[in-house]
Design a protein around this ligand. Structure first.
Ligand code: SIN
Length: 278
């Protein structure tokens, strides 16, 4: 296995590994160490199908919940991140987020496999939240460590949210639901359960308030923090190639989609890796 670092604080491309067949435990443990270190791994030149994507997800911790996606036909745990060439609805997932951070037990990671990649644009951006926290002044770290964030999918997946009933003409199988109004509290600064490193967990959007803080103050703090969380020095911009699979750690990075491929189709198959159980 040969690892090529991205040059940013997170992200690396893995060469010399074949994920299309059975995965032995030695290989998985090597991949897991590299994943924890680099936070985002891109596996180049793969010839994986949906079975192989499922095998990788199971080996990395099993399937996590995917609350507002309908799966692709014939699979229970694979969703299509899809945009047709003539689609005009706003891009999916263009805002920074950590996948499903509003769940009581948010997922450890996400796998995304190239199916149909446009010739230009469509990069996925990743922002390193361990590096972002580490670079804060000590007094700010102390202040943030005391805060608990209220997470909810209300602005995204409730019937009146961004992907709710007003969202027309989208080819992705998104299923908004009243349950998106629920909220769950997580520490704003979480210790990574496997490495012990501290990270800023999630961001404005899925974070809708701070426990015990007036809403105006909470939004001001979250908006300022969001600027910091996505500073260029923490960001890795991933360029897709056909045959690539990317696996990121939701506990240590934020991510977002980008456009720039108007008139071209883009499809990736996505699985969610369940929360880590020691
Ligand atoms: C996602 O957030 O899963 C989508 C990322 C992308 O489309 O690049």
């Amino acid at each position: 296995m040969h690892i090529e670092r991205s040059g940013s604080t997170c992200g690396a491309t893995v060469h010399g590994v074949d994920l299309s067949g059975p995965l032995d435990s030695e290989l998985i443990s090597e991949i897991r160490s590299a994943w924890l270190k680099h936070r985002v791994l891109a596996f180049a030149d793969q010839s994986m199908d949906d079975d192989a994507l499922e095998r990788l997800t199971i080996a990395m911790g099993g399937f996590g919940e995917d609350p507002y996606f309908a799966p692709i036909e014939g699979r229970e745990h694979i969703a299509a991140i899809l945009r047709e060439a003539d689609e005009t609805s706003p891009l999916f997932a263009e805002k920074w987020h950590s996948d499903w951070s509003f769940l009581p037990d948010p997922p450890a990671g996400t796998c995304l496999m190239a199916v149909d990649i446009p010739s230009t644009g469509g990069d996925t951006l990743f922002a390193d939240q361990i590096a972002a926290f580490a670079a804060l002044p000590e007094d700010r770290k102390t202040q943030l460590r005391r805060l608990n964030a209220v997470h909810s999918a209300i602005y995204a997946y409730s019937p009146d949210g961004e992907y709710g009933e007003r969202d027309k003409g989208r080819s992705m199988a998104i299923r908004p639901d009243e349950s998106a109004r629920q909220s769950h509290v997580h520490p704003l600064i979480r210790q990574h359960p496997e490495t012990g490193e501290e990270a800023i967990f999630s961001t404005l959007g899925y974070i809708v308030g701070i426990e015990g803080m007036a809403q105006n103050d909470a939004f001001a703090l979250l908006a300022e923090l969001a600027q910091w969380q996505s500073r260029d020095e923490f960001v890795y911009s991933h360029k897709w190639q056909p045959g690539m699979v990317v696996m990121w750690d939701n506990r240590s990075v934020l991510h977002r989609a980008t456009g720039g491929y108007e008139g071209q189709r883009r499809e990736l198959h996505r699985t969610t890796i369940a929360a880590w159980k020691p």
